[in-house]
Design a protein around this ligand. Structure first.
Ligand SMILES: Nc1ncnc2c1ncn2[C@@H]1O[C@H](COP(=O)(O)OP(=O)(O)OP(=O)(O)O)[C@@H](O)[C@H]1O
Length: 383
């Protein structure tokens, strides 16, 4: 379960069918959050749309922007998860990794995230930042419960970055034509030792070498599931999610606004800063960020916002407020401090503070989006 998987083959050998099969298996676990991308823009992954938290098919600029915003958000999510993991007592999390038991403790926010990308080379071409983030997520994501299933029909160093190969990984290679492609999918020297996916015939659809499961690579045939069967499985998975209150994101009609600008969290804080307020609690800022940029800050806590801005020199201050007649004293940020950092960043020392635009209406009440921020502590007290 906690593994990166790469699938490579010539076209029409059964890559997409296998991706669909694996994604459907994940979909039947209502706690697994699915992010599904078919960059070829075909119809084979459409049955997954009713259960996918994030979903796109196609390779238009906005499809790629949506994917990138999602991948950036997953990078932040991985950081949040590692922080959570580190905060757990050793007897609960002895190996510093997500386990099935930890994934099932909903309040920890460590449920499985399964990212499926078909024809991944389309996203990687000319986007070194995406390659870097996905490589990092491929390496460190599985231990944090974030798993990638990547398929490509163009097997080369650009579509399967070398960073992947040094890590524990499931590899599935359907028919390929040469030694280089064979070894890129299955691992170095596999061809030399006789593990050759070149020997398969073009009629061997769904048949390939699977490495990473057991000591030696084995030849397996994937279970064949046609589109109507895939739709039936997805319908069952959707019903299970609805029943568990876990239909989220795209499947629940809530999608992120892709944020492809180079704006940083500082610009985003300025954009969501409540008009007329001089000091704001971190938790309120986290809530506002999540509402305005769900794809980037959907699951962030006040503590994460604090940690993210600390490298910019922003420090917490104590802010007293009276709420329902009670005096509350929590940590937050002063507008002047944020303004000073933003001013410093501009050439003329005068940052153009954006006008606050309220986010779109709140999601329907039945949605239990795992991205929604956890109920804040009465007084988190972080620095
Ligand atoms: N396990 C299987 N058993 C028998 N036939 C299969 C199996 N898996 C896939 N096929 C057949 O192979 C055909 C091609 O599969 P698929 O679309 O997954 O290939 P692909 O490698 O993703 O192709 P492309 O690169 O063009 O997207 C399918 O139409 C399907 O009929």
């Amino acid at each position: 379960m906690f593994a990166l998987m790469i699938i490579g083959a010539l076209p029409r050998m059964g890559k997409t069918f296998l991706l669909r099969l694996l994604a459907l298996a994940a979909a039947l676990d209502p706690s697994a959050e699915l992010h599904v991308y078919d960059l070829r823009g075909g119809a084979d992954l459409l049955p997954l749309e009713p259960v996918a938290h994030r979903f796109r098919t196609g390779d238009d600029t906005d499809d790629l922007a949506y994917l990138k915003a999602d991948i950036r958000a997953l990078k932040a999510e991985m950081a949040r998860r590692y922080k959570t993991i580190r905060s757990l007592p050793r007897d609960v999390c002895p190996e510093g990794k997500v386990t099935r038991e930890l994934a099932d403790k909903r309040s920890l926010g460590l449920w499985p995230i399964v990212v499926v990308i078909d024809e991944v080379q389309v996203a990687f071409d000319n986007d070194p930042e995406l390659v870097e983030i996905v490589t990092d997520l491929g390496k460190r994501g599985p231990a944090a419960g974030i798993m990638f299933l990547l398929a490509t029909q163009r097997v080369d160093a650009k579509s399967l970055p070398t960073g992947f190969s040094s890590n524990p990984v499931l590899r599935f290679c359907l028919k390929v034509t040469g030694q280089t492609e064979n070894d890129m999918v299955l691992g170095t020297s596999m061809y030399k030792v006789g593990i050759r996916a070149t020997m398969f015939a073009r009629t061997d659809r769904g048949v390939g070498y699977l490495a990473g499961e057991g000591d030696e690579p084995v030849i397996v045939r994937t279970a064949y599931l046609d589109a109507p069967a895939a739709e039936a499985v997805a319908a069952r998975a959707r019903a299970a999610r609805l029943a568990a209150g876990l239909l989220t994101g795209h499947a629940a009609g809530i999608d992120p606004d892709p944020d492809t600008s180079s704006a940083s969290i500082l610009d985003h804080l300025a954009a969501v800063w409540p008009v007329g307020e001089e000091k704001v609690w971190w938790d309120d800022l986290a809530e506002r960020l999540a509402a305005s940029y769900p794809g980037l800050y959907g699951a962030w806590s006040g503590e994460q916002v604090t940690a993210a801005v600390r490298p910019h020199g922003l420090r917490s201050i104590q802010i007293k407020r009276t709420v329902d007649g009670r005096q509350l004293n929590r940590r937050g940020l002063a507008r002047t401090a944020l303004a000073a950092v933003l001013d410093d960043r501009t050439s003329d020392g005068d940052y153009a503070w954006p006008t606050y635009t309220p986010p779109p209406a709140a999601p329907p009440a039945h949605d239990a989006s795992p991205s929604s921020p956890a109920t804040p502590d009465p007084d988190p007290g972080y620095q």
